[in-house]
Write a protein that binds this ligand. Structure first.
Ligand SMILES: NC(=O)c1ccc[n+]([C@@H]2O[C@H](COP(=O)([O-])OP(=O)(O)OC[C@H]3O[C@@H](n4cnc5c(N)ncnc54)[C@H](OP(=O)(O)O)[C@@H]3O)[C@@H](O)[C@H]2O)c1
Length: 174
């Protein structure tokens, strides 16, 4: 099992808007289909995310992750969740559950920075990809300081997407 994340970032380096929503909501041409997010999910066996990233989906007009099982790291979630959602407050226990359930499949770590860093520090984050969107937000959250600047990253790919979006893919070294 490999864990990969593919976070969107503005050109000036923010992964959230100033008011804390994912930065892609400020990108007028945002289209998860055209930018390969659904394709990526179709290649993965599960999605993994932190409680803060997951919670808005409970109130969204559509479920973003299709039929994929959803693994959420967190302790403060309501109990009446959809059946395909697995919640655990312990990152290692949740990882072991993923290993059992997913076996050889890749896992898409949706975010956010705290959960990405949690799995990087555990030594099990394999790939960090950034989707650089052609927008400037001026403020918001950066990957750092939540993600440690001691991360060792090795470039493994650059891909152009429609609308001037560039994907940078890095292998995380330990
Ligand atoms: N640009 C993008 O592509 C993108 C993608 C996803 C998210 N985002 C943005 O990222 C922001 C959320 O990121 P975030 O880093 O604040 O939150 P997060 O990683 O989504 O969730 C944080 C929560 O996960 C749990 N958690 C994380 N690490 C843990 C650990 N080591 N041990 C136990 N529990 C742990 C805790 O849940 P409990 O509090 O329940 O214990 C914690 O409060 C949002 O603003 C969202 O818009 C951006």
């Amino acid at each position: 099992m490999r864990i990969l994340t593919r976070m969107c970032t503005s050109l000036d380096g923010f992964v959230t808007t100033p008011d804390g929503r994912p930065v892609q909501v400020d990108y007028p041409a945002w289209d998860p289909e055209e930018l390969g997010f659904y394709e990526l999910q179709s290649l993965c066996g599960a999605v993994l995310m932190g409680r803060t990233t997951f919670e808005p989906a409970l109130y969204a007009p559509f479920w973003p992750w299709g039929d994929l099982p959803v693994y959420v790291l967190g302790s403060q979630l309501r109990s009446d969740l959809p059946a395909e959602v697995v919640v655990d407050s312990d990152p290692v226990r949740l990882y072991e559950r993923l290993l059992d359930d997913c076996q050889d499949a890749d896992v898409h770590l949706v975010g956010g920075p705290l959960t990405v860093e949690t799995y990087r520090r555990l030594g099990v984050l394999d790939e960090l990809r950034l989707m650089v969107l052609p927008v400037l937000t001026g403020a918001g959250r950066q990957l750092t300081p939540d993600i440690g600047t001691d991360a060792v990253l090795s470039l493994i790919g650059i891909r152009d997407w429609p609308g001037g979006v560039t994907e940078l893919a890095y292998e995380v070294e330990y």
